[in-house]
Design a protein. Structure first.
Length: 332
C-alpha cells in the first residue's frame, strides 16, 4: 500500500478538493481500501470510537472518525458532518476534512479535503465487496438509489465485472436520468424498474439511500445475488428486509459497527442472526475465509464506512499531490 512518507521536515501539506479530484483515481482508492480492510482483519489497523453529535445549529450533524493503520503507517482523523441546508447555498450537504499525523512524532503532516474522497472511498468499498464476493459471470447490476453517491458507485462497480445492463429504482424517479447517463457513457443498457423487478433481474445489487425502512425484500432476491448495502450508517437507518441477512452470508467492513449502526442492526435486534454470523471482508481479502462458496449462495456486504478508509485514500492523495508537485509545504 503506497502511503505518504512519515517525513515531516518539509512542513504541512494542504491538499484541496480540486487537487484530490486531479490526482486520485478509482484504482488508487480500490487498492487503498482493500489493503486497509485486510489490515483491519489482521489486527494491524484500528478504528477509534466514532463521535457524532447533533450540534443544535443548522440541523447539522458533526463528528470525528479516526484510527491508526500500523501496516500502512497512517494516523489521522476525519472531521466533518452533514449540513442539510448546504445544497441551497451551492455546497454539498456532506462536508469533511482529513488531518494526517506522523505516527512517529505526532506532528500534523497534511490537511486533505474529504468531500470527493468520501464519495470515492465509499464506492471503492462496495467495489471491493463485488470483486471478492460476486459471481464471476454477473451480468446485471441493480442500483437502489440515485443520489450524488450513486454515480460513484456505478462507475466503480462497472470495473469489477463484465456487466451488460443496469436496472435501477429510486423513490424519486426524476433522479434516475443521472444514472442512465452514466450507464450510457459506460456502454451499458439501462432500465428503470420496480424494486421487485430489480431483485428478479440483478446479479449484483447496490443500495445507496438514506432510508429508514426496508426497500428490498428477501423473497425478491434470486439465488446467487451479491448485495452491497452502503446507505445504512446510523442507528435506525435501514435499506433491506432483515430476513435477507438471515438467508445470506453476511460480510462487513467492521463487525462492531455493522451490528450497531449498519444494516445488520435490525437482524441482530430481532434475533434473526448473531454477531458470530458476520465475517469481516478483510478475512476474504487475506484468504482466511473462502468468501462465496457456491453459485447459488446469496452474499451481502454491510458497508457502514470506517475512518480508516478515509485516512487510507487521503494518505494516497497527499503522496500523489506531493510527487506531482501540486502542493507546497507550509510551516504550521
Amino acid at each position: 500500500m503506497n502511503q505518504m512518507s512519515a517525513n515531516t521536515d518539509d512542513g504541512l501539506l494542504i491538499v484541496s478538493e480540486e487537487i484530490c479530484e486531479q490526482v486520485i483515481r478509482r484504482p488508487d482508492a480500490f487498492s487503498a481500501v482493500e489493503a486497509v480492510f485486510g489490515a483491519m482483519a489482521r489486527g494491524d489497523a484500528y478504528n477509534f470510537p466514532v463521535v457524532r453529535e447533533a450540534i443544535g445549529h443548522a440541523d447539522a450533524l458533526y463528528g470525528f472518525k479516526s484510527g491508526f493503520d500500523r501496516a500502512g503507517m497512517v494516523l489521522g482523523v476525519k472531521a466533518g458532518g452533514y449540513w442539510p441546508g448546504n445544497m441551497a447555498k451551492g455546497l454539498t450537504n456532506h462536508q469533511s476534512t482529513v488531518c494526517l499525523f506522523d505516527p512517529d512524532t505526532g506532528r500534523l503532516t497534511a490537511l486533505v479535503g474529504g468531500n470527493y474522497l468520501t464519495a470515492l472511498r465509499t464506492a471503492a468499498s462496495s467495489a471491493v465487496s463485488i470483486a471478492h464476493l460476486a459471481r464471476k459471470d454477473a451480468k446485471v447490476l441493480g442500483m437502489v438509489g440515485a443520489g450524488h453517491q450513486s454515480t460513484f458507485q456505478l462507475r466503480a462497480a462497472a470495473e469489477q465485472r463484465d456487466f451488460d445492463k443496469v436496472v435501477a429504482w429510486n423513490p424519486h424517479p426524476d433522479m434516475l436520468p443521472r444514472l442512465a447517463a452514466v450507464a450510457e457513457e459506460l456502454g451499458l443498457a439501462f432500465e428503470a424498474v420496480t424494486p421487485e423487478e430489480l431483485g428478479a433481474q440483478a446479479d449484483v445489487i447496490i443500495t445507496i439511500t438514506s432510508a429508514f425502512e426496508p426497500l428490498i425484500m428477501a423473497d425478491w432476491i434470486k439465488p446467487g445475488t451479491h448485495i452491497a448495502c452502503m446507505g445504512t450508517d446510523t442507528k435506525g437507518k435501514q435499506e433491506v428486509d432483515p430476513a435477507l441477512l438471515k438467508s445470506a452470508t453476511v460480510f462487513a467492513d467492521e463487525i462492531a459497527q455493522s451490528i450497531t449502526i449498519g444494516e445488520a442492526q435490525h437482524a441482530i435486534a430481532s434475533g434473526l442472526i448473531g454477531e458470530g454470523d458476520l465475517t469481516a471482508i478483510g478475512e476474504v481479502i487475506n484468504g482466511t475465509h473462502p468468501g462465496r462458496s457456491s453459485a447459488d449462495e446469496i452474499t451481502l456486504f454491510d458497508g457502514t464506512g470506517v475512518g480508516l478508509q478515509d485516512l487510507a485514500v487521503a494518505s494516497v492523495a497527499a503522496r500523489l499531490a506531493r510527487e506531482q508537485g501540486l502542493v507546497t509545504p507550509v510551516a504550521l
